[in-house]
Design a protein around this ligand. Sequence first.
Ligand SMILES: Cc1cc2nc3c(=O)[nH]c(=O)nc-3n(C[C@H](O)[C@H](O)[C@H](O)COP(=O)(O)OP(=O)(O)OC[C@H]3O[C@@H](n4cnc5c(N)ncnc54)[C@H](O)[C@@H]3O)c2cc1C
Length: 402
Amino acid sequence: MHIIPDMKPEYSYDIIVVGAGPAGSTAAMYAAMHDLSVLLVEKKKDIGVPLQCGGFLPHYPVLQELVPNAELPFTLEEIPRSCIHATASYQRFIAPSGLSKGFEVNADAIDRRRFDKHLAKEAGKAGAHLLVGTNVNEVNGTELSMDGAFGKFKVNAKVIIGADGPNSVVAKANNMLRDPDPMGTGTAFEYEISGVDVDKDAVEMYFGKDYVPGGYAWIISQGEDTANIGVGIREALFEKHLCARDYLDRFMYRHPIASEKLRGGAITSVVAGLVPVGGAPKVTANHNTLIAGDAAGHIIATNGGGISTAMVGGKIAGETAAEFLAGKCQLMEYEKRWRQQMGLEIMTAVYVRKLMDRLMLSDRLMTTAIRMISPEQMKAIQCGQLPDPVKRTLIKLNVGLS
Ligand SMILES: Cc1cc2nc3c(=O)[nH]c(=O)nc-3n(C[C@H](O)[C@H](O)[C@H](O)COP(=O)(O)OP(=O)(O)OC[C@H]3O[C@@H](n4cnc5c(N)ncnc54)[C@H](O)[C@@H]3O)c2cc1C
């Protein structure tokens, strides 16, 4: 791994990647494989900490089914055992009435603290320089102003990759903005809790407008007596004076089914973050800058899952930047490539999410839908697809399809 000798970056790199989350570390790794100088800058002092994720990650073949045209990075297949908390074989949906239905899954609850660090180490192994505890606070063309644990610097790059999450400074500086619709940004709020007796093989998703209006709550076992519980919800739908934590507390202590399972649990960690569920900005590339991952809306809006799609976006960004610098393609090619590989799935998921938004505001309709839709169809919706029979069901329920 390359460690910068005096812990200061050089003043110019071929590629600078901002943000060492799944998108950024993947981009830096694939770019560095091409023998270019690559700097990966991360504002967190400890990569992966604080945690901002539930860690639910379907296995490689399932991910490939989800985005069949995408070339998945090998790091989605070769996940070290030490980064996996637990494995789930079943996914259960619990309707507002308590009715439950589910389907088989193959998925892990990964430890994002360890996984993010693992991915950054892989980028380092490939030859990228890592600079942690350093915030990029200004982007001027190809010059980045940084400030943090190792001092203040201005560093230049031929190409910048913004993988700096939903509030991307790189995206803002380049006017690559997502749709400002308030329903297009979710808040996810979670507790890690111990001392609970939850189903170790199943991931559970709960619906109900009093607990999670327009969203869902989840229980993901992390093995033994530990679980991650959370709510994914939009501020635009909050009752007056309530915040996301109030909804999670309501779910944990008052939901008739969940509160029984979570009784006596001790909260060991609080986790929060934004989830961009409104789709990608119109522009994600220009002549010197690309954005990837949450910064580019690379997320499946129906479930808020973005680990794998962020990594796919990161891989395409890193490879395209490297090919561009070798004179083999235009940088703007990135836009076409990621849209070809997963654009349709991301866009369809936003469309389905908008339909579900209406449905989820009525407990009666949501319960009816869960009763009418088969487990296989549920699986498809969760992956952001809209099979014809579901479309017909939604028309019957009159949720705005014509
Ligand atoms: C609470 C919560 C639960 C979630 N649960 C799941 C789940 O179970 N499964 C799933 O698939 N997805 C989940 N997601 C979504 C998933 O976490 C994201 O889609 C994924 O992390 C996106 O990866 P990324 O690399 O694009 O962004 P991030 O993981 O956000 O990484 C961006 C990185 O950039 C750094 N950064 C930001 N600004 C700067 C700056 N100015 N200078 C330097 N560094 C900067 C940040 O510190 C961060 O490390 C969840 C999200 C939240 C908020």
